[in-house]
Ligand binder design. Structure first.
Ligand code: WT7
Length: 657
């Protein structure tokens, strides 16, 4: 985030105070902040006991051995019972848990909590038959269909950790994640639909499993009906094994610190990190934040979180938070323009969606398509709007408020990460004011600081590094198989505090504004990718000698990938060859990692700018990619390299768009 942009943000003096009508019905009032602050650990303890159903109610709250925390450790519970069984037992079986809406227009099914319980029980019984036991890891690689949620809950029910891998990842990325977590089971589908087109998934699993010898069984949902290759020893159709199971399953109780899931995310190295989450603390934070941040009334709200379950947003705010609270939700398989650019608004109108939670990228895309489209629909059911995943620019925030929320809904910009498990910084609707582009305040019971390079708190009107200064229930318990990397990555930069990797600013009122990553992590359409990961993919191509990747700001996707590549001598062809090669390299990255990692632009250059110690100067390359005046180049071995790259960039701008 550049300084000039920041100034523009802070010029925004607009502040929206909660309306009296909203305040009158809000789940929270102003007393929540001092109450939580008086004793945050005890406050979380009360949330845990109030919002969850325990088989053994914990007698303790936090045990803190920095950076290792346990929460509610002597309590026992079952996550799937908390999400499903207890609602049915409480008489809410006929409430809709999900209105599933398919990518293809007209395809939809509503699933009640009672249906969900039967589905989860059958799936759990099937997993038992396949040999899944508590403590196993199960990879889930699926489209947004009900079976994906059912599979997650079935794993949780058995005390097996799921590791959901976003369906957009390529075979190699999937294989890395399966191997790293040592998954012995994979749940997938033949494919999914995207804008009406069947897109295969099973072939990627087949390819990935060539390098995953420990996988014993693959459970496959038939979704598209496309032909797939089949290993009869290993592959099992979902409809063959799940449908014939009993619709009851006796759940076991697990300790609060039982691993609930692993979720891979990108760090600053090429190797993704398996972020571990456990059961009791994580569920407490997911449920509590969902309840207060979205002000949910489970008996009447229809919540829609537009994320994919392959990301943490889907885990916490489609599966665990909302289901723990027993709400009704939309589960949408498609993209915002599956079946037309008005698809979202049609869904909101048809189902009376009351709470919408999405990402700035989606808002900017909808904005680009024009406000005339939402204006054609009755969106008056909406009463609250949320944003997550990247900094939201004030223009997008205002558009969201005006053209989606009819100037009547609070907009909550929520900051958190895969590692935090749940929302950490957010306004509270009906309590705090909101400002276009600001995440405002730490959630009750969460301790945040913004510090300078020496770890000293900055004052109001100043920026610095975002840190969390006390443990919280949903915090990751570590990186799968690598406890040292956990301590090193998050807890050494500012000893005693968790370093998030983000920059933040306190405005003159002391409210928090998020400024984007301060490390080599990029945020492309709210998807987190590391520069090194993409560089690694590029140098894996036989033509590439060296690669440097930066995230350059982009109007729609927040950031976009720009890669600077030097070729091996043997591959220096003429211009036409080079254009073809650029095309091939972009496709190569997409096929190794995912289409979301496909560089927007690749600049072939004879050299990369390096310091005398041989480090590639990414900062300078980012300046070049964002067409900014160049900073200090005096530490470079050869300052002319940057000018040369600048010229190449200008000559090729728009090439790959
Ligand atoms: C990174 C975490 C949280 C679920 C989705 C992403 C960025 C997230 C915001 C926000 C500014 C945000 C941060 C963070 N981020 N929310 N409201 N304002 N930045 O989870 O993939 O773990 O990425 O997303 O840079 O570190 P993730």
């Amino acid at each position: 985030m550049s300084e000039t942009k920041l100034e523009a943000w802070l010029d925004e003096t607009r502040t929206f105070v909660p309306s009296a009508a909203f305040v009158a019905q809000a789940n929270a009032d102003a007393s929540i902040y001092p109450e939580a602050a008086a004793d945050p650990v005890a406050w979380w303890g009360r949330q845990a006991r109030e919002r969850l159903t325990w088989d053994v109610v914990p007698s303790q709250n936090l045990e803190w051995n920095s950076p290792q925390a346990t929460w509610f450790a002597d309590g026992t519970l079952n996550a799937s019972v908390n999400c499903v069984d207890r609602h049915v037992a409480g008489g809410l079986g006929s409430r809709v848990a999900f209105h599933w809406v398919g990518d293809i227009d007209g395809e939809a099914v509503s699933i009640t909590y009672e249906d969900l319980l039967a589905r989860v029980s059958r799936a759990a019984n099937a997993l038992v038959e396949l040999g899944v036991v508590a403590g196993d890891r199960v990879a889930i690689y699926m489209p947004m269909i009900p079976e994906a949620v059912v599979a997650m809950l079935a794993c949780a029910r058995l005390g097996a950790a799921h590791s959901v891998v976003f369906g957009g990842f390529a075979a190699e990325a999937l294989a890395d994640r399966i191997v790293d977590a040592d998954c012995h089971f994979v749940i997938t589908a033949d494919g999914g639909f995207r804008r009406g087109v069947a897109t295969p998934l099973k072939p990627a699993v087949d390819e990935a499993l060539l390098s995953c010898p420990n996988v014993r069984k693959v459970l496959v949902v038939r979704r598209t009906g496309e032909k797939v290759s089949w290993d009869p020893q290993r592959d099992v159709w979902w409809h063959d094994i799940v449908e014939r199971q009993s619709s009851t399953h006796q759940p076991e109780s697990f300790p609060a610190e039982q691993v609930l899931y692993v979720m891979y995310t990108s760090g600053t190295t090429a190797r993704p990190k398996g972020i571990l989450h456990t059961t009791g603390g994580y569920l407490t934070q997911a449920a509590t934040t969902h309840y207060y941040v979205f002000d949910v009334k489970p008996d009447r709200d229809v919540c829609w979180t537009s994320a994919d379950i392959g990301w943490v947003t889907g885990h916490s705010y489609i599966v665990y938070g909302p289901l723990t609270n027993g709400v009704t939700q939309i589960l949408f398989e498609g993209t915002p323009d599956s079946g037309g650019r008005d698809r979202w608004w049609r869904i909101i109108e048809q189902y009376g969606v009351t709470i919408l939670y999405t990402a700035p990228t989606a808002i900017r895309t909808l904005m680009k398509w024009g406000e005339d489209i939402p204006a054609n629909f009755d969106l008056s059911s909406l009463r609250l709007l949320g944003s997550v995943g990247e900094p939201i620019n004030p223009e997008a925030w205002m558009w969201y408020r005006e053209h989606v929320g009819g100037n009547a809904c609070p907009v909550v910009d929520t900051w958190w990460q895969t590692e935090t498990g749940g929302i950490m910084i957010t306004p509270l609707p009906g309590v705090t004011a909101t400002k276009p582009g600001a995440a405002m305040r730490p959630f009750p019971g969460i301790s945040i600081d913004v510090v300078d390079g020496d770890g000293i708190s900055v004052g109001n009107g100043e920026g610095g590094y975002l840190t969390v200064t006390a443990p919280w229930p949903g915090m990751t318990r570590g990186i799968y198989g690598d406890p040292e990397r956990f301590a090193e990555t998050y807890w050494t930069r500012f000893p005693g505090s968790y370093f998030a990797g983000d920059g933040a600013k306190r405005d003159l009122d002391g409210d928090l504004w998020l400024l984007g990553r301060v490390d080599d992590v990029m945020n492309i359409s709210g998807h987190r990718l590391s520069t090194t990961e993409v560089e690694h993919a590029l140098v894996g191509h036989p033509a590439v000698a060296e690669a440097a990747v930066v995230g350059a700001s982009d109007e729609t996707t927040g950031q976009a990938i720009v890669a600077f590549v030097t070729l091996k001598l043997s591959h220096l062809g003429d211009e036409a060859d080079q254009a073809a090669l650029v095309h091939e390299l972009r496709a190569h990255v997409a096929s190794v990692i995912s289409p979301i990692a496909r560089p927007r632009q690749i600049i072939l250059t004879p050299e990369l700018p390096k310091t005398r110690s041989g480090k590639i100067m990414r900062r300078l390359l980012r300046d070049v990619a964002e067409q900014r005046a160049l900073g200090d180049v005096t530490t470079l071995t050869d300052p002319t390299v940057v000018a040369m790259i600048d010229r190449l960039m200008a000559a090729h701008s728009g090439d790959d768009a």
